[in-house]
Design a binder for this molecule. Structure first.
Ligand SMILES: NC(=O)C1=CN([C@@H]2O[C@H](COP(=O)(O)OP(=O)(O)OC[C@H]3O[C@@H](n4cnc5c(N)ncnc54)[C@H](O)[C@@H]3O)[C@@H](O)[C@H]2O)C=CC1
Ligand SMILES: O=C(CO)COP(=O)(O)O
Ligand SMILES: [Zn+2]
Length: 353
């Protein structure tokens, strides 16, 4: 008997383009969101985006509450929930990078309130997804979160952001290649639930980005456009899958472990990109796609080595040999690499010297 069912939650309004942040009030109105919003942001995004958008709301007679967060943690989610309750808000808006948006979407999920996403950096594919990513001691959780009702991505703002944030977003997308390879492997070996549609969308998104890599250049608004569309598409793949699997495999485990071993050293997207070079090699060896991944990263100025990440070789090896245990997600790393094998892959791919 065929008794499958699925519930795919996607944004209703995706607004991308030059100056669209000034249309945010209109978008909120279109969604029939009423009452006071809570803006969840971090220090720089607050000054460049949250405060100006708040001024638009004030001019329209709505007084938004604003909370500034610094880290992605369950404590930060708790703090946002408490602020939302104390300020009696009606919906939440994440304005900033991946961490502010993740915290806002997780708090919205708990509060059963609407959520809108206003990215200030094209640095990650959580702009649209229905997942939140939170480190917790020795482990890392991918938790259910509220998908945005609307995404308002102002390409002018995104093109003005530091260039490395955009290259990090590109690398987060390029890592879809290995994430999908891991997902297929886990499906074959462990019967992990798999969606061919979500996998194809995640891979195609990486493909289109790589094909357009020549147009991804600093200061070009077209770059912000290309990367943002890819980030939205990758987030949709996660929402179709109901899991971060199409965009997160062993390369993400590696990055999450680096976050623990070398906190703040490098951006999420850059770490997963370097991880992807190595896990591609583990999947299909010397003549496989690892060199294409490395060349694609190189062509958009994303790091391809430990030195470019600002992380020492020994830390890379420690992350490689321990990251399989960070959470219950079967990947090409299986039950872990030994140090010799880790040194071999990291050296052969030029990640360490
Ligand atoms: N939920 C999901 O599906 C996903 C979640 N993530 C999560 O997102 C996080 C990574 O996101 P990132 O954006 O790389 O980190 P982040 O949120 O820490 O942002 C990096 C830095 O850039 C700053 N920033 C943002 N916009 C700026 C601008 N326009 N100008 C100057 N500075 C600006 C931020 O304030 C922050 O200091 C990780 O925690 C990762 O796990 C990443 C991908 C998917
Ligand atoms: O970063 C992500 C996808 O790019 C989210 O994945 P995680 O589930 O590994 O946090
Ligand atoms: Zn990612």
């Amino acid at each position: 008997m065929f008794d499958k069912s699925t519930w795919i939650r996607l944004p209703r309004n995706v607004v991308v383009g030059k100056g669209v942040r000034s249309q945010f009030l209109e978008v909120v109105d279109d969604l029939h969101l009423r009452g006071r919003p809570l803006f969840v942001t971090s220090p720089t995004p607050r000054s460049i985006a949250a405060d100006p958008i708040a001024a638009d709301f004030e001019a329209a007679g709505i007084d938004p509450a604003i909370v500034t967060v610094e880290r992605a943690s369950f404590e930060a989610v708790e703090e946002v929930i408490e602020t939302a309750e104390a300020e009696e808000v009606a919906y939440l808006v994440g304005i900033g990078g991946g961490k502010a948006i993740d915290i806002a979407k997780m708090a919205s999920h708990h509060l059963e309130m609407g959520f809108c996403s206003v990215p200030t950096a094209a640095s990650h594919d959580g702009i649209v997804s229905n997942r939140g990513s939170v480190p917790d001691g020795d482990t890392r959780h991918s938790v259910a979160a509220e998908p945005p009702l609307a995404v308002v991505a102002d390409t002018e703002l995104l093109a003005d952001a530091p260039w490395e944030l955009t290259t990090a977003g590109c690398a987060d997308i390029i890592s879809n290649y290995t994430a999908v390879m891991d997902w297929r492997l886990a499906n074959r070996l462990k019967n992990v639930e798999y969606s061919g549609f979500a996998a194809a969308l995640a891979e195609m998104t990486a493909e289109i980005l790589v094909d357009n890599a020549d147009h991804v250049r600093p200061g070009l608004e077209e770059s912000a456009w290309i990367v943002t569309k890819a980030l939205v598409s990758s987030g949709v793949a996660m929402s179709i899958a109901g899991s971060s699997r199409p965009a997160s495999g062993a390369e993400h485990l590696f990055s999450h472990q680096l976050d623990r071993l070398a906190p703040g050293a490098a951006l999420h997207g850059h770490q997963v990109g370097v991880g992807s070079i190595m896990t591609a090699y583990l999947h299909d060896g010397e003549h496989g796609i690892w060199q294409d991944i490395r060349d694609a990263l190189d062509s958009i100025d994303a790091p391809t080595t430990a030195a470019e990440l600002g992380i020492d070789d020994e830390t890379v090896l420690e992350a490689l040999t321990t990251c399989h245990a960070i959470r219950d997600r079967y990947t090409i790393l299986g039950d872990g690499m030994n140090e010799e094998a880790a040194r071999e892959v990291a050296t052969t791919t030029g990640v360490i010297s």
